[in-house]
Design a protein around this ligand. Structure first.
Ligand SMILES: NC(=O)C1=CN([C@@H]2O[C@H](COP(=O)(O)OP(=O)(O)OC[C@H]3O[C@@H](n4cnc5c(N)ncnc54)[C@H](OP(=O)(O)O)[C@@H]3O)[C@@H](O)[C@H]2O)C=CC1
Ligand SMILES: Nc1nc2c(ncn2[C@@H]2O[C@H](COP(=O)(O)O)[C@@H](O)[C@H]2O)c(=O)[nH]1
Ligand SMILES: [K+]
Length: 477
């Protein structure tokens, strides 16, 4: 990566401050670009879901891994529960989505309460494991919530035999004009597939472990028996460990990384957060394979306003990535990502992978319950991991006094409404947008891989007006 005219700007920059110019490019198609991440953890797209309780749970983990990304399960979830989630994710199909199933005597009310859990939008009515009907949201309107599903379901639904060619699935669903269909193997339900799902499965490669199951990650904090917790997570089959704390360049964090490294064997270890070359070096020396970069850019984060501490994220990533790469390691850019461009710029700066939190909060797959406001718009509630709300949950076993004292040190937002975009309500819709944007950035730069994007990117610094000029104006002016 270099700056236009080879003039390094005097001050630190964030994503909005920079732009990338096109290079002479021999990459003729966006489909020639391979977004496999150079951190070699198994992700085939540079998207990691942040370890935030309101965002990253089992449905997020399953859905994102199926498209080549990774979700980090938060440190506040009890270890045995993380174990259950990991076991569940690893038992998921790597191509077909998990169905929502109910019986013929289940009610419309039950179906409606479950439908928002998944983007595919159908409930499969099963009898002894066989699909006997399909219920859509439309069929549940204008009927009593106590109506049994046998009354509203489409009987003998179209089913897709497991293993059917994906273009064929796409064509059959289009011809039959159905949004989603159950997938069966020997008559038994094994999953659900949509038209878009068939398309995506032909474009993306899932992030898999050595046994071909979906990849998982989990975070540990820096307090208590960190090594013991890490060992327990490894015992549950977690593939990537993340040591995560606000101030990753403190003695206790470095010691925690060393302790986890001692038990982690060859399991990739990610540690953070830091924003300096020194912080990066210390975490690498302690045993981190990947250093997580970002203090204060997060949407739920009040650290910079509370403390004045942090660093504009583009420059933080650039400096830490250069240091880590010099030591044969990598960084993840964590926080502040609101557009596909931010991910492309983080990779241009040298990040191997990019963590996204709040942007994914407003999706069907985030951990929270789907809610509707007075005007009928769907939203999820989200909160920061250093907010009073999260701290209260994390310290639930402490004395009342200690909890109250910890609550005074909040550095995050306790409640925010993240609205679902009606045009992109599922996390895969956002992943599509990200991957399309980043693949396109690569062809503009003449890069076929993430490393080539970093090598070839030529960046400039823009004014606020320059950034504003790049925004679309859908309503005209
Ligand atoms: N990327 C970012 O900008 C930030 C991210 N977060 C996220 O919030 C979650 C909770 O992290 P965290 O607040 O570290 O909580 P943790 O409870 O995991 O650990 C923090 C530990 O570090 C000590 N500590 C020392 N200095 C600080 C400091 N300036 N800020 C916070 N702790 C400090 C704390 O002691 P004591 O409480 O006694 O001071 C405590 O023992 C994590 O997921 C983290 O990534 C939080 C803030 C910023
Ligand atoms: N200072 C705080 N930082 C937080 C908090 N909760 C999460 N985070 C950080 O933000 C990123 C995600 O960023 P986003 O812009 O994509 O939402 C996450 O990985 C943490 O590093 C918090 O309460 N305070
Ligand atoms: K912020």
């Amino acid at each position: 990566m270099r700056f236009l005219g080879d003039t390094r700007p005097a001050q630190d920059l964030t994503y909005a401050d920079v732009f990338m110019v096109p290079n002479s490019s021999g990459v003729g198609s966006r489909l020639e670009v391979d977004l496999t991440t150079p951190d070699r953890i198994g992700t085939t797209i540079p998207v990691v879901v942040a370890n935030m309780t309101a965002i990253s749970g089992r449905r997020m983990a399953e859905t994102v891994a199926r498209r080549g990304g990774l979700a980090v399960l938060p440190q506040d979830i009890p270890t045995d529960v993380v174990g259950e989630v990991v076991g569940w994710v690893k038992a998921r199909h790597t191509v077909y989505d998990t169905p929502i199933t109910l019986g013929p005597t289940s009610t419309v009310g039950e179906a409606l309460s479950l439908m928002g859990k998944r983007a595919h939008g159908i409930v499969v009515v099963v009898d002894a494991g066989r699909p006997v009907g399909i219920v859509t949201d439309g069929a549940c309107q204008h009927v009593d919530r106590f109506t049994q599903l046998s009354q509203v379901m489409t009987v003998d639904p179209l089913t897709i035999p497991a293993g059917t060619d994906l273009p064929k699935v796409f064509d059959v669903l289009s011809e039959e004009r159905v949004q989603a269909a159950p997938v069966v193997d020997g008559g038994q339900l094994v999953g659900v597939i949509t038209r878009t799902g068939a398309l995506r499965s032909a474009i993306y490669s899932p992030a898999l472990d050595a046994s071909g199951r979906l990849l998982t990650a989990a975070a540990v904090g820096i307090n208590g028996d960190v090594a013991g917790k890490a060992e327990a997570l490894l015992g549950h089959g977690v593939d990537v460990l993340v040591v995560d704390t606000a101030h990753g360049h403190q003695v206790r964090a470095v010691e925690a990384v060393r302790a986890v490294r001692a038990v982690a064997g060859s399991t990739p270890l990610v540690a953070g957060n830091v924003v300096t070359a020194d912080g990066t070096r210390d975490l690498v020396e302690a045993g981190a394979d990947v250093v997580k970069v970002g203090v204060g850019p997060g949407a739920m984060c009040t650290t910079r306003m509370m403390t004045g501490v942090g660093r504009p994220q583009f420059s933080a990533v650039e400096e830490c990535a250069a240091t880590a790469r010099g030591l044969g390691k990598q960084v993840w850019a964590d926080g502040g990502v609101r557009h596909p461009r931010d991910i492309a710029l983080a990779l241009a700066a040298g990040a191997a992978n990019v963590m996204v939190g709040s942007w994914f909060a407003g999706t069907y797959e985030s951990a929270g319950d789907l809610q509707t406001d007075g005007s009928g718009r769907m939203y999820k509630e989200s909160f920061g991991m250093a907010s009073a709300r999260a701290v209260k949950a994390r310290t639930s076993t402490h004395s009342g006094f200690d909890r109250a004292r910890a609550g005074l040190f909040e550095e995050g937002i306790s409640s925010s409404r993240m609205y679902l975009d009606p045009a992109r309500p599922g996390v895969e819709d956002l992943v599509d947008q990200i991957v399309a944007g980043v693949r396109s950035s690569c062809t503009y730069a003449g890069a076929r891989t993430v490393d080539e994007l970093h090598e070839r990117a030529v960046l400039g610094v823009q004014s606020a007006a320059g950034y504003e000029e790049g925004r679309p104006l859908p309503a005209g002016w």
